[in-house]
Each structure stands twice: as structure tokens, then as C-alpha cells.
Design a protein around this ligand. Structure first.
Ligand code: C2E
Ligand code: MG
Ligand code: MG
Length: 737
């Protein structure tokens, strides 16, 4: 091998090594690239994407076609030139044959060519025939195939003729061409010109095609390297960002940040990164917020019921493990502020909220770190605390809790509020192994405390469970009774105190609950089952039935000529869980009862639940024309300012005031005040629980308008009530004993 070629091979090897293209180095570089991720992407982009890319192919095809068109134009232009060159060549050959054949000039009027010479010339492959003229264009002789061009004048010297089939070509050789004083017109064979031209075209086309392909390939590679790869890289980045905007799988850009595309990629990447940062920030803030909302009470900042239960579960778990240091028993306390709703309703939510915050703070401050203090409901708090040798009963903690709340009034806006609480207590594991159950038991004990007049502490006892079970059973039976149509509505008449006329009747639920006893069952007081029905929502269908039944009966009375109204008790749940307005409207329509012959009795508690909703509903009911009365007036926490806004017709003094009016001056004063208040607000006042003539006289003295009570009649079945109306003499004195 020569020195030069050895040097060349050495150079090649060095070059390929430097480029990372030779076997091993290439492999290593590739692996390194793949590790960084970039190589993997580029490798993928270069081998698959680029050649598959539609845009590449479009650009390549247009480049290819453009080059082809340009080159075709060039080819067409050079075609004529090439043909002329080939013909020139033929002419040159013809001259080289003719010129030596013309001998020395002897006789200018004689052809310088002998027949023998002419035969030799015409025998050549190029010349088929020719005509000889003298310099002044005198015809001297014609040889071989006849020539079609005739020299007439000097202008003819510049002409040439090509046959239509391209096989013959006639040219003029002037005396200058021949260097003799003759002019020869020769018919040359040009059959070779066309194949030569075709071969030229073919070669040109082949070169053109190769050139186009080469240029296209170069273009495509450059495009892909500098434009397509970056674009695909950016597209992959954007794709990654859209698939997972929070944690986009973005590779570092291998493209020069200083060129336009590289710059755009780097900008896009930082935007994607910024977007991801923002999303992460927003998400984590939202998660924090959700966590706070889900696990903390917003008002007091204390854990809520959910978190309380979780902590209870944690405590129960550690109590059950083998670690002797972890507390094995703990107290669970459920606390409810007494009459908090009244404070809230009468003083406003700001005061109520401030008191709740105050209670939370006091409890938290009074109890050790180990205690969990949570707000578990509107005015309910839950506390759990490990029991130790110092404090070893749950009741001790409950007493401490109560004393902390009662010790001194809460001061809000310079006003003092004495808050009391009912407390239910249970102990883990004594009252249940399941933390959920322990809390439920504390709640059951709390309900007991509330039922027993509030402001007390009740410790959970299994007996409570039985009471709860009984309530559940009663609820199930009540549901069955409703379905079996075993509920009844009794009617208790109402009278105008001034003229003694029957003006209406209150419909009161009666449930004769069947059992195996001798009597076949017993009446369950609505005072017992209505609250249970209210708690469970069952009062809604029951109330619907009552309304419908009362309207049907009253419509019959109306038809029989008794213009008396029927009063129906409506519970809060009916106001909030059903469309009472629609029900009333439907009943009136279906029964034909005049609206003023229907009265709805609602208690004050209904008014306070959602004041705006209540006012709106009452207004709609009033618009239907039905009468509205406030039942048990005086026992609730009515706000006089609201009273003016309610479209009511009647106040119904609670029976407790009437019962005690004669022996308790406070109750008598309250009854009197209610009558005056009603009259000053232009309302009718009815008294219920009128049992004696003395009660009646008292009410007469107070100018009460209407009465209802056992003195006149107990609630009675509808048939008895109809008889009662018919036989009634129209004077209250008939009830005097
Ligand atoms: P209320 O609406 O205040 O009904 C008056 C209660 O006083 C009735 O008790 C009635 O029997 C009783 N009563 C009437 N006059 C006298 C009397 O002179 N002396 C005494 N000691 N009591 C008298 P009842 O029927 O046991 O109803 C108790 C409560 O149950 C009702 O109080 C009402 O709140 C509720 N209730 C009854 N029926 C319905 C109903 O259909 N729907 C709803 N939501 N609640 C009802
Ligand atoms: Mg009533
Ligand atoms: Mg009442």
C-alpha cells in the first residue's frame, strides 16, 4: 500500500473516532446518550420520526420537484444547443471529406470533382449527395442523391435544411469553408444525431435525478437536524406537559439556546416548568385548605368530628398494643351547650360564634396537652383524654369541663352570657371497644342529659342503649302504622270566647298501637312519637296524611253548612324537607275547602331555623289564603322584632300558662301580656288547655278571643266531633257543671 493511501486511511480512522462513529466508540457514545435520555429521544426522532414526518416529506417533495423543474428548464434550453453542436460536428466531418476532394482550380466553369471522386464521397457514411457551384454561384455539377437546396443568391449561403424525419441535413460549404473558390451544398446523413441527442437527454435526466435526490436528502437531513428534531422535541415536551402538567417528564434541551428554535424550546420549557410549579403550589395550598376544611372546624380552629374520630381510633389502637407506656383507658365526653340556639337566634350569630370560640378556648386551655378537644357539631364539643392515676374517672374530667364553662359568664361586646352545658360521658374500653361506639355512647348519654332537663352530666349506661333501641322500635312501628293506615286524627273544638260559637277544631294525631294485651293495644301519645317522627323525617309523610285527612273532613263540614276551620299542626321538618306550599295548595284544590277554613299551627322553633326561608314560605301560604297560628306561644325564644314580619293571624297561648294562671302570678302575667301583644299586633289570641270555668273567666277578663280545652271537649274522633257540632247549643255555659 502506498504512502498516500496509508496516510489517508489513518486520517479516516482518526476522523471517525473524533466523530464517535467507529464501532466501539459509537456504541459507548450512544449508550451515554441514551442514559442521559436525550440520545434516546434524538435516536428515536432521527430514525423514526424524521422519515415518518409528514412535513419532512412535503418539504422534500417540493424541494425535489423544484429542482427537477429548474433542471428540466435548463435541459430544454441546452437541448437545442446540443443538437446544433452535433449537427456542426456532422458538418465538420462532411467538410473534412469534401475539402480534400476538391483539387486545384483549373477551369472555373468545370466541376472540380471527378465522377470517381464523387462516387467515393457519396460512398462515405456522412455524405449522400452534393451540388457544386462556382464562387459566383454558377451550377457546376450534382452528384449522388439530389440536394433540395438551390443556391440562388449570396443570401442562400447562410441557409441549411433539415429533413422532417431528421435523417438528412443539407448544409452550404462556402469557399471559405473549403478554401477553394467553390460553393458546395451537401446532403449529409444525420441519422446519428437523434440517438446522440437521446443519450444526452438520458444522461442529463439521470444526473438531474441524482442531483435532486442528493439535494433533497441533504435538505431533509438539515431540516430534520435544525428544525424538525427541535420541533418534535418541543412537541414531546408539550405532550408531556399536557399529560402530566404537575410533573412533566421534560428532558434537558440539547439544542443551542442561541438559535431561534433552541431559544423557543428553552422558553417553552421554562413556561412548562413555571406552570408545573404553579400547579404544585395551588394544589398543595388547596390540599392544605381541604385538609383544614375536612379536619378542622373553621370557627374555633379545633379539630372537627372526623378528626376527633381518627384520633380516637389512634388512641384505641395504641391502647390495644403491648406498649405499657401508652394509655389503656380514656374518657370520651360529648358536650352540648344548653339553649345555645336561643342565644344564637335572639342575639345574632356573631354573639353565638364568639361564645363558641370562647368555649373552645376555655376547654383547650383547661385541659392538658394529652386531651383532644374538638367541635363536633353546631353547639357540640367532644373531648377525649387518657385516664391516669391522677384523673381516673371520666366523670372527673366531665366535672372539670362543666366547671370551666360555668365558672364565669362569657363576655361578648361587654355583655355577659351565662352558658351551661349538658354532658354525656363514656369510657374506653369499659363502654365499648370500638372508638366509634364509645363516641356514640357518649352521645347517647348526652341525649339523656338533655332529656333530663339539661345542665347535667350523664354517664353512659347500657340501659340507655335499651331506651334507644325502644325508640328505634317505636319508629319502625310508627312507619308500619302509617303504611297500614292505623294513624287517626282526632278533633278538639275551638270556641269564640265572646259569643260561644264553635269556630274551629284542632286536628290531633292519635296512634292506637296494637299489642298482645287484653285491650288489644294502647294509645301512644303524640308527645312521645311526634318528636321521634320529626327526628327521622317520618313526620313529612305523616304530616301530608294529616293535612289531607283534615282538609277532607273540614270540606265535609263545610258542605254540611258548618263554616268552621280546621287547625293542623305543622312540624319544622315539613317546612324544610317538603314543599308544604304545594301540598296545601293541592289539598285545597282537591277537597274544595275554602282556604280561610284551614289553619296551620307552627311552633316558634320553626320560625327560628331559617328566618328568610320561613318568612318566604309563610308569605306563600298566606297568599293562598290559609290562616297561620303560632302554637305554644310563650315557651320558645321568640324575637318580637321578627314577629312583626311574619304574616300570622293568631297567637296560641301555651297551655302551661293557662294551667298555672290562677295560682302563679308570673304565668298569669305572661298570659295577659300575650293577649295584649297579640291585640297590639292585630292578631287573634287563642288559649289552649282551658280545663275549668275559672280558666275561662280569667281569659275572658284578659279579653282573650278564643279558647280550646278539656272544659269543652277532649280531642275526639271525627264522627263524635260531627255529632258534637250538631248537638252543641251555642253557649259555653252548657259546659258549666
Ligand atoms: P299541641 O299542638 O300544643 O296540642 C295541644 C295538646 O294539648 C294536645 O295534646 C291536646 O290533647 C292537649 N290538650 C288540649 N286541651 C287540653 C287541656 O285542657 N288540658 C290538657 N292537659 N291538655 C290539653 P296531644 O294531642 O297529646 O298532642 C301533643 C302534641 O303533639 C301537640 O301539641 C302537637 O305538638 C303534637 N301533635 C299532635 N298532632 C300532631 C300533628 O298532626 N302533627 C304534628 N306535627 N304534631 C302533632
Ligand atoms: Mg297545636
Ligand atoms: Mg300547643
Amino acid at each position: 500500500m502506498g504512502q498516500v493511501s496509508q496516510n489517508f486511511i489513518g486520517f479516516l480512522m482518526a476522523f471517525t473516532r473524533a466523530q464517535g462513529l467507529s464501532g466501539t466508540t459509537n456504541g459507548m457514545a450512544q449508550r451515554a446518550k441514551e442514559k442521559s435520555g436525550v440520545g434516546a429521544f434524538l435516536g428515536r426522532a432521527a430514525t423514526t420520526n424524521i422519515w415518518r414526518s409528514k412535513i419532512s416529506w412535503r418539504i422534500a417533495l417540493s424541494a425535489f420537484l423544484t429542482i427537477l423543474v429548474i433542471q428540466s428548464a435548463i435541459l430544454i434550453a441546452s437541448f437545442k444547443e446540443q443538437e446544433a453542436m452535433l449537427l456542426d460536428e456532422v458538418k465538420g466531418i462532411g467538410r473534412s471529406i469534401l475539402s480534400p476532394a476538391i483539387g486545384e482550380v483549373s477551369d472555373m466553369l468545370q466541376s472540380p470533382i471527378t465522377q470517381e471522386q464523387a462516387a467515393r464521397i457519396n460512398g462515405s457514411t456522412i455524405i449522400d449527395g452534393f451540388t457544386v457551384y462556382s464562387a459566383d454561384l454558377t451550377f457546376l455539377g450534382s452528384y449522388g442523391e439530389p440536394v433540395s437546396m438551390v443556391m440562388l443568391d449570396m443570401a442562400s449561403l447562410d441557409k441549411s435544411y433539415r429533413s422532417v424525419d431528421g435523417n438528412s441535413y443539407e448544409v452550404v460549404y462556402t469557399s471559405t469553408d473549403l478554401r477553394r473558390p467553390y460553393v458546395v451544398v451537401a446532403k449529409l446523413s444525420s441519422t446519428n444525431v437523434v440517438p446522440a441527442l437521446l443519450s444526452f437527454v438520458n444522461k442529463s435526466l439521470a444526473i438531474m435525478f441524482l442531483l435532486s435526490a442528493f439535494v433533497t436528502a441533504v435538505l431533509m437531513i438539515s431540516l430534520s437536524k435544525w428544525l424538525l428534531e427541535p420541533i418534535l422535541f418541543m412537541r414531546d415536551n408539550l405532550l408531556a406537559a399536557s399529560e402530566n402538567p404537575e410533573n412533566p417528564d421534560i428532558k434537558p434541551s440539547p439544542f443551542d439556546i442561541n438559535d431561534e428554535v433552541g431559544g423557543a424550546i428553552s422558553m417553552a420549557q421554562s413556561l412548562i416548568q413555571q406552570n408545573a410549579d404553579n400547579i404544585r403550589q395551588i394544589k398543595s395550598a388547596a390540599e392544605d385548605k381541604i385538609h383544614k376544611l375536612a379536619y378542622y372546624d373553621q370557627l374555633t380552629g379545633l379539630p372537627n368530628r372526623i378528626q376527633f374520630l381518627q384520633k380516637l381510633t389512634d388512641l384505641a389502637r395504641t391502647a390495644n398494643d403491648d406498649d405499657t407506656r401508652s394509655p389503656k383507658r380514656f374518657a370520651v365526653i360529648a358536650l352540648d351547650l344548653d339553649h345555645f340556639k336561643d342565644i344564637n337566634d335572639s342575639m345574632g350569630h356573631n354573639i353565638g360564634d364568639a361564645i363558641l370560640r370562647g368555649v373552645g378556648k376555655r376547654l383547650r386551655a383547661a385541659l392538658p396537652e394529652s386531651a383532644v378537644v374538638a367541635r363536633s357539631g353546631e353547639d357540640e364539643f367532644a373531648i377525649t383524654m387518657p385516664l391516669s392515676t391522677d384523673i381516673n374517672t371520666a366523670r372527673d374530667i366531665a366535672e372539670k369541663v362543666v366547671s370551666v364553662i360555668k365558672s364565669e359568664p362569657f363576655k361578648v361586646f361587654n355583655e355577659s352570657f351565662q352558658v351551661r352545658a349538658s354532658v354525656g360521658v363514656s369510657t374506653f374500653p369499659d363502654d365499648g371497644m370500638d372508638p366509634d361506639q364509645v363516641l356514640k355512647n357518649a352521645d347517647i348519654a348526652l341525649n339523656r342529659a338533655k332529656e333530663e332537663g339539661r345542665d347535667t352530666i350523664k354517664e353512659y349506661s347500657e340501659d340507655f342503649d335499651r331506651a334507644v333501641q325502644l325508640r328505634f322500635q317505636l319508629l319502625r312501628d310508627l312507619r308500619d302504622a302509617l303504611e297500614a293506615k292505623e294513624l287517626m286524627l282526632y278533633f278538639q273544638p275551638q270556641f269564640d270566647l265572646n259569643n260561644g260559637r264553635i269556630i274551629g277544631a284542632e286536628g290531633l294525631l292519635r296512634w292506637f298501637k296494637k299489642d298482645d294485651s287484653k285491650q288489644g293495644g294502647q294509645f301512644i301519645s303524640p308527645a312521645e312519637f311526634v318528636p321521634i317522627a320529626e327526628q327521622s323525617g317520618l313526620i313529612v309523610p305523616i304530616g301530608e296524611w294529616v293535612l289531607e285527612y283534615a282538609c277532607i273532613q273540614a270540606a265535609k263540614w263545610q258542605e254540611a253548612g258548618h263554616n268552621i276551620r280546621v287547625a293542623v299542626n305543622v312540624s319544622g321538618a315539613q317546612f324544610y324537607q317538603s314543599d308544604i306550599v304545594a301540598s296545601v295548595a293541592r289539598c285545597l284544590k282537591e277537597t274544595g275547602l275554602k282556604p280561610h277554613n284551614l289553619e296551620l299551627e307552627v311552633t316558634e322553633s320553626v320560625f327560628m331555623d331559617d328566618i328568610n326561608h320561613t318568612i318566604e314560605t309563610l308569605q306563600k301560604l298566606h297568599a293562598l289564603g290559609v290562616e297561620l297560628a303560632i302554637d305554644d306561644f310563650g315557651t320558645g325564644y321568640s324575637s318580637l322584632s321578627y314577629l312583626r314580619q311574619f304574616p300570622i293571624d293568631r297567637l296560641k297561648i301555651d297551655q302551661s300558662f293557662i294551667r298555672n294562671a290562677l295560682n302563679n302570678s308570673d304565668d298569669a302575667a305572661i298570659a295577659r301580656t300575650i293577649v295584649n301583644l297579640g291585640h297590639s299586633l292585630n292578631l287573634q289570641v287563642i288559649a289552649e288547655g282551658v280545663e275549668t270555668k275559672e280558666h275561662e273567666q280569667f281569659l275572658l277578663a284578659q279579653k282573650c278571643d278564643e279558647v280550646q280545652g278539656f272544659r269543652y271537649s277532649k280531642p275526639i274522633p271525627v264522627d263524635d266531633f260531627v255529632k258534637f257540632i250538631k248537638s252543641y247549643k251555642g253557649s259555653l255555659s252548657v259546659f258549666d257543671k
